[in-house]
Design a protein around this ligand. Structure first.
Ligand code: AMP
Length: 414
């Protein structure tokens, strides 16, 4: 776990802002679930996922409740849906930290933030298309060019069950050729063997049965509509029949956004799909769902690689240099800040030279200089810190209006 400090912290805030603008334009509402839930909320995600079995931060609290820090937020959104029963289709977005006891490495941490959306209550393939498209638009808004979208379908639950059985038997026949890790995965969740990036497994995986031969006519038609919709929107994608998602609840459409500049073992920036049964299992009515989660860390690494979405500039507009007793700086700062001008000052009665140095370091465009003489004359000196330190005298009563007009004409020129 780590601190996110400035200027990266400002970039995180902007990341969530861009996401919020993208999804609220499509009518998604913010849900803020708690960080801590009853462990049952997450164990329902499936005993076959590492996220649940190995990586959860769980403990018994002082009231003898077995609780867990959320490892993801889909289950929390579904639990919240069951509790509040909003009308369907229910369209929610979220952002915030999750916790997984994983081996920390570049782009993978034990506390990490995700943004995501979920739509509960509709089986319409156009919902799948909307969800995928919103993810796509978001990456484009960040300025990312090298995003690869992979889509697949796990078919209907019966198709998936038949496919899992076929996979199991196929892999069991070739057990000795699989890596020891994949042999273990096979016992718990045969689908996840397809996720293995270990070279030893690649030949066996290449020959494995493919899900499309198990799709029902309805599942195939649904997937066709999704693919056609994406094509109509001009969203490029590839069909990856080996794309399975971690959770037992996934069925139908699955998809993943990959960063073209990242190493293939760590290139998933986000992903999602349709899930069923989760809402019912949490005590609600039978309700289909579809959504995605996007990780901040890896997405920002992709932005770094592509030289896009930099940290926002962190500079003051104005720095007040008070060589008197400090009361003028106090009042001028209060006045300018109330007018929305980012204003800084120094403390501890520092010398004029030291204050000017701080002003330059702050990145402020203007310095306001004031001392006894200026106060008595009812003026302040306004110095442009970049334009050859041009300095003018301004009536104290005109200071705010002058700064607003100078700053806005600079902004206009940018
Ligand atoms: P998942 O919830 O496992 O489907 O992951 C969705 C996305 O969240 C991934 O593609 C990553 O971008 C991000 N993610 C998952 N686990 C971590 C982690 N431990 N640290 C940072 N990002 C993560």
């Amino acid at each position: 776990m780590r601190d996110i400090t400035a200027p990266e912290s400002a970039r995180w805030r902007r990341f969530v802002d861009v996401f919020e603008r993208t999804v609220s334009a499509a009518g998604y509402e913010l849900v803020i679930p708690p960080l801590l839930e009853d462990i049952g909320v997450f164990t329902r995600l499936g005993e076959a996922t590492d996220v649940v079995t190995k990586e959860m931060y769980d403990f018994v609290d002082k009231g003898e409740r077995h609780v867990a820090l959320r490892p993801e937020q889909t289950a929390s959104i579904c639990r919240s849906f069951v509790e509040h029963r909003p009308t369907t289709p229910f369209k929610a977005w979220y952002s915030g930290p999750n916790f997984r006891y994983e081996k920390p490495q570049r782009g993978r941490y034990r506390q990490f933030d995700q943004v995501g959306i979920e739509v509960l209550g509709s089986l319409d393939p156009y919902v799948d298309i909307e969800v995928i498209h919103l993810g796509w638009i978001f990456f484009k808004k960040l300025g990312l060019q090298q995003i690869e979208l992979a889509v697949n379908s796990l078919g209907e639950p019966e198709n998936r069950t038949a496919y899992v059985a076929a996979l199991k038997s196929y892999f069991n026949d070739r057990l000795a050729d699989l890596s020891p890790e994949s042999q273990q995965t096979l016992e718990k969740n045969p689908l996840r063997v397809l996720d293995s990036k270990r070279p030893q497994d690649s030949d066996v995986i290449a020959g494995a049965p493919m899900i499309n031969s198990f799709w029902s006519a309805e599942a195939a038609a649904h997937f066709d509509t999704v693919c056609n919709g994406l094509t109509s929107l001009g969203v490029p994608f590839s069909i990856d029949l080996k794309l399975v998602r971690g959770l037992d609840y996934y069925r139908g459409t699955t998809f993943e956004f990959r960063g073209g500049t990242l190493d293939s073992a760590q290139n998933a920036l986000g992903g999602g799909g349709r899930y069923d049964g989760l809402v019912a299992d949490l005590g609600g009515p039978d309700t289909p769902g579809v959504g995605f989660a996007i990780g901040l860390d890896r997405t920002l690494l992709a932005c770094d690689d592509e030289g896009t979405f930099p940290s926002p500039p962190d500079a003051a507009d104005v720095f007040v240099v008070d060589v008197g007793d400090g009361i003028d700086a106090l009042l001028i700062c209060a006045e300018l800040r109330a007018a929305g001008i980012r204003t800084e000052r120094s403390w501890d009665n520092r010398s004029m030279k030291a204050q000017m140095k701080a002003a330059n370091r702050s990145g402020a465009r203007f310095a306001v200089l004031i001392g006894e003489d200026e106060r008595l004359a009812g003026i302040a000196l306004l110095r442009d810190l970049r334009s050859d330190a041009e300095q003018v005298s301004v009536a104290r009563t005109e200071l705010q209006a002058t700064l607003i007009s100078r700053l806005s004409s600079l902004q206009g020129a940018e």
